[in-house]
Design a protein around this ligand. Structure first.
Ligand SMILES: [Zn+2]
Length: 322
């Protein structure tokens, strides 16, 4: 028996086909019709790390059937805006982290502590990248916060300790570097999460795609997209949330290294045939430059483009005509 036909090889192949979906098989998928009225994106934080932009740092809330189901990042200010959005904590299923910079994670301990004052008694699935030499992965991030011996908030250790009794549990799900492939996870029986590795300085980073009710929302994360991953992940998305943290030909070399220029956002949106673009992670270097940003995007993409503000709700299918 050759190895390729060995039962273990066949089993491995079957498992891999469940876990990893590359560009080719994605393109072959028949996309279901998006039940647009059932899915909404609410921006909890439309800013980056700055203290003078008047915005909460990065965070997004996905509403499904009027329930606040999934959070993508949870930067500073997100906890207050989660309250203002009137999200019911009992409906929370998952938190997807793009990377472990402060502006994407700082309010997470406040979420965990706050859940203890609600009737929430389920599991929260927390997803994020694996560690590298300079940054924690999702497991190390949770451990740094909640480990019983060393955690900054060791008094909340029961939430992540599988052997301890606690009102609710936090479960870490690591996403190793995806090597250009799209990795797939099932969330409950009606939602699929997809991730792909993106370059963002030294921090292991992910872009996320959430598929539910036939709709697909893609979140760029922070990246220059130099590995061309985003057009693969965003393919056919109903909404592409892109981070607008660098100007076109930004004079700040670090900004150009870490973030996409508007023309790149437009190129991705066109290549992936997304239905609408929402711009967030707005920073002082891009705020007030909306006209120039839109012009640069328009070189490549003619569809709907909107600039996000805190607490704004985006309905799928509510594309803006220009
Ligand atoms: Zn950021």
């Amino acid at each position: 028996m050759t190895f390729a036909r060995h039962p273990i090889a066949l089993l491995l192949a079957a498992m891999l086909s469940q876990l990893v979906i590359g560009k080719v098989s994605d393109a072959a998928e028949v996309k279901p019709v998006c039940q647009a009225q059932q899915v909404q994106l609410q921006v909890l934080g439309s800013g980056g790390p700055e203290l003078t932009d008047g915005r909460a740092s990065t965070s997004y809330l996905i509403w499904v059937d009027k329930k606040a189901r999934i959070l993508v990042d949870f930067g500073s200010g997100a906890a207050l805006n989660y309250e203002k959005a009137r999200a019911n904590p009992a409906d929370l299923q998952a938190v997807l982290f793009s990377h472990f910079h402060v502006d994407h994670t700082a309010d997470f301990p406040a979420l965990v502590k706050g859940l203890g004052f609600t009737k929430f008694n389920d599991e929260i699935q927390v997803y994020g990248p694996t560690k590298n030499n300079g940054f924690p992965g999702v497991k190390e991030f949770l451990s740094a916060l909640f480990d019983r011996e060393h955690g900054a908030y060791a008094y909340l250790a029961n939430a992540t300790d599988p052997d301890a009794s606690n009102q609710f549990k936090i479960e870490a799900n690591e996403v190793p570097p995806t090597e250009g492939q799209v990795v797939r996870f099932e969330l409950g029986d009606d939602t699929v999460l997809k991730a792909i590795s993106i370059p963002h300085g030294a921090a292991p980073s992910l872009a996320w795609r959430v598929e539910t009710r036939g709709c697909a929302l893609t979140f760029s994360g922070d990246t220059s997209n130099s590995n061309k991953a985003l057009e693969v992940l965003a393919n056919g998305s109903d909404l592409f949330l892109a981070h607008n943290a660098a100007q076109e030909n930004d004079s700040d070399a670090v900004a150009r290294e870490l973030h996409m220029m508007p023309s790149e956002i437009g190129r991705i949106a066109k290549a992936a045939t997304v239905k609408q673009v929402v711009l967030s992670h707005r920073m002082l270097r891009t705020l007030g430059k909306e006209k120039e940003t839109l012009q640069a995007i328009r070189k490549n993409y003619a569809g709907s483009v909107q600039f996000a503000n805190d607490l704004q709700v985006f309905r799928l299918g509510d594309a803006v005509k220009h």
